[in-house]
Design a binder for this molecule. Structure first.
Ligand code: IDP
Ligand code: MG
Length: 160
């Protein structure tokens, strides 16, 4: 139990963040990881991974009926992705803000998509949309033993 990480009513959450194949191919992995690292969230899982079709379909199963679904699966499986688990108070909503709107042309400057992408079909990064989906997606993309429990040295400098 780490009191400085669990301040009374504040709940530590986990979110699944993924650099999509375009982000990897465009050499944006370091830049994208940096955004979350510099914000002060804690990395608890990280791997480069070539995703099988079935996993991509399971991950995006809520979008199955959309006309763009086949192209989305094609896109996500077209090259390696970088899978990440990030932890922190409010990390799910905060990561979505750091990422920006789904359509990069509508994403605010300063966000990852706002700064680094131009099209919805090539929007460089994924972030879970709820704590429940954060849990679901981390369990889907990571095997047991791939996540790391640790206490960053900077923890007391991030939260009082
Ligand atoms: P999100 O990634 O911002 O949560 P979702 O609506 O959950 O957006 O869609 C998942 C992903 O599906 C998007 O990030 C994008 O890659 C793709 N996508 C969503 N809408 C479209 C579309 O209209 N055309 C092409 N791809 C889309
Ligand atoms: Mg989504």
């Amino acid at each position: 139990f780490l009191p400085h990480l669990v301040a009374s009513s504040e709940q530590v959450e986990e979110t699944y963040i993924m650099v999509k194949p375009d982000g990897v191919q465009r050499g944006l992995v370091g830049e994208i990881i940096s955004r979350f690292e510099r914000k002060g969230f804690k990395l608890s899982g990280l791997k480069l991974f070539r995703c099988p079709r079935e996993l991509a379909e399971e991950h995006y199963k809520d979008l199955q009926s959309k006309p763009f679904f086949p192209k989305l699966i094609e896109y996500i499986t077209s090259g390696p992705v970088v899978c990440m688990a990030w932890e922190g108070v409010g990390v799910v909503a905060s990561a979505r803000k750091l990422i920006g709107s789904t359509n990069p042309l509508q994403a605010e400057p300063g966000t990852i998509r706002g700064d680094l992408a131009v099209q919805t079909g090539r929007n460089v990064v994924h972030g879970s949309d709820s704590p429940e989906n954060g849990q679901r997606e981390i369990a889907l993309w990571f095997k047991e033993g791939e996540l790391c429990q640790w206490t960053p040295a900077q923890a007391p400098w991030l939260r009082e």
